[in-house]
Write a protein that binds this ligand. Structure first.
Ligand code: BES
Ligand code: ZN
Ligand code: ZN
Length: 488
């Protein structure tokens, strides 16, 4: 999609569709004045007749008129003016774009906020809303006379161009992640994820090393090997590096890459197994972050680590009661083969610690318990570093990706006590998201000053459309993580 900034004079404009924002308080003193005096009363009556409430994202259209020079005018609700936020802008932009598409336009012009602006960030949010809202995973559907919006025009000053571009790149990185997450388990196996990483590395000049089974054995990555051993498709470990000239810091991202989680021998019941192609969302987020970092040429050294396996109950599958000894000497008793994510992440956390990062962040669709605690839309933050948690949460308020911190309560460590090994991989039902995080913490080296675990089990993959997201993968938390790297 091409973004274009055009002057501010709406009267000099013409085109296919015009999208105008309407505040709840101003439904009856609309927009129309911003477009065309003559149109004003017409629009007022129309909005009144249809009881337009101007709720966020609510959308109606009216055919244009010869002096307005647009074929259709799309009015989109912005809700209460007081509550206007960047996420309102994303939602409104997405809704306007969808309506324009429905009306089969190829080009759309946005005049969302009128005289109001939220500053440059508004343009960025608008571009994000448009790109995220336009996304759908339809490659396996036959296309019949598909419409594509080719051009998006924005009324405003030239300098907005850079902000639109930034928003577009962030959203494209998230959409790149979504495309991989949405691919099913028969299409993406661990080796395929590695191939995608290698292609990405080639395109952007990143370093990329892929560890196959033999190399995994040599490196004592016993968690990845155990989880992968029941599948016909062997596991991998992927290490991507983006290294600029004079990096300001070194950050390691780790993503859970279970290409399908059947539960293993502790097999999942059918209603829980469905959608488990999403269990690679953390890994795909790593790929999206690497893409964005390279596109934006950030001055941070970034390592992307992906442990990847398919969790299957094959003849060679790992079992309950099995004991794995990790490279750091810790023995882990398997209490449940469905708690596999923490087992593969443990190898990556040991490996990541050795890179001596300033910050290490792991992202994983780790526990159903986190969804029980926080709902479907919120990522759980677990970290001993309170400031970092606060920073991520605050960034999320801007990006529209929601985060909430849960405690790393050491008292719950007792849950992981094992009779036969140092720890076991699950505790009781209670505090399941926290005990998972406590398990991970056991594998973070003492030299790592800042470590954060993000449980994205809820928001990474939606069972119904929400805001500007279609059903399926969302790309969470790619945009927030890139914002974190962009911060000085
Ligand atoms: N991949 C799941 C967690 C998950 C659940 C992700 C729902 C996305 C949506 C994970 O591997 C898992 O199975 N966790 C178990 C842990 C339990 C066995 C302690 C769970 O949450 O039930
Ligand atoms: Zn599982
Ligand atoms: Zn899993």
């Amino acid at each position: 999609m091409e973004f274009q900034v055009i002057g501010k004079d709406i009267n000099s404009l013409q085109g296919e569709a015009l999208v105008v924002g309407v505040y709840q308080e101003q439904v009856l003193s609309p927009v129309a004045a911003r477009i065309d005096e003559k149109m004003s009363s017409l629009l007022k009556d129309f909005l009144k007749d249809i009881h337009f409430k101007a709720e966020v994202g609510e959308c109606v259209f009216m055919p244009g008129h010869k002096e307005v020079k647009f074929k259709n005018i799309i009015m989109v609700g912005l809700g209460e003016k007081e509550k206007l936020s960047l996420d309102t802008v994303r939602q409104a932009a997405a809704a306007g774009l969808k309506k324009a598409k429905e009306l089969r336009h190829k080009e759309v012009c946005f005049e969302l906020l009128g005289e109001e602006t939220l500053g440059d960030e508004t343009a960025k949010a608008l571009a994000e809303g448009v790109e995220l809202g336009d996304y759908q995973f339809d490659k396996y559907k036959k296309k019949e006379d598909e419409v594509k919006i080719e051009k998006v025009k924005i009324l405003g000053e030239e300098k907005l161009k850079n902000w639109l571009e930034l928003g577009q790149k962030l959203a494209e990185a998230a959409n790149f992640t979504r495309n991989i997450v949405n691919e099913p388990g028969n299409v993406i196996k661990p080796a395929d994820l590695a191939e995608i990483a290698q292609k990405l590395a080639e395109k952007y000049g990143l370093e990329c090393t892929v560890y196959d089974e033999e190399r995994l054995k040599a490196e004592k990555m016993h968690g990845i090997l155990a989880v992968g051993q029941g599948s016909a498709h062997p596991p991998r470990f992927i290490h991507l590096v983006y290294k600029p000239q004079n990096p300001s810091k070194r950050v390691v991202f780790i993503g859970k890459g279970i290409t399908f989680d059947s539960g293993g021998l502790d097999i999942k019941p059918e209603q829980y197994m469905k959608t488990m192609k999403c269990d690679k969302a953390g890994a795909c987020a790593v790929l999206g972050i690497m893409k964005a970092v390279a596109e934006l040429k950030l001055d941070v050294e970034v390592h992307g680590l992906i442990p990847t396996a398919e969790n299957m109950p094959g003849g060679n599958a790992f079992r309950p009661d099995d004991i794995i000894v990790y490279k750091n000497g810790k023995g882990v008793e398997i209490a449940n083969t469905d708690a596999e994510g923490r087992l593969i992440l443990a190898d990556a956390l040991i490996y990541g610690s050795a890179l001596k990062p300033d910050i290490m962040i792991d992202m994983a669709t780790l526990t159903g318990a986190c969804m029980v605690a926080l709902g479907r839309f919120t990522t759980g933050i677990f970290t001993p570093q309170e400031e970092l948690a606060a920073k991520i949460k605050a960034l999320g308020e801007k990006t529209g990706e929601k985060f909430w911190q849960l405690p790393l309560d050491d008292d719950l460590k007792e849950e992981l006590k094992s009779t036969f090994a140092d720890i076991k991989n699950v505790g009781s039902r209670y505090g399941g998201a926290i005990t998972a995080a406590l398990f991970l913490k056991e594998f973070v080296g003492e030299e790592v000053k800042n470590w954060v675990h993000l449980d994205i089990a809820g928001p990474a993959f939606l069972e119904k459309p929400w805001k500007y997201y279609a059903e399926g993968a969302t790309g969470v938390p790619v945009r927030t993580m890139v914002e974190l790297l962009r911060e000085k």
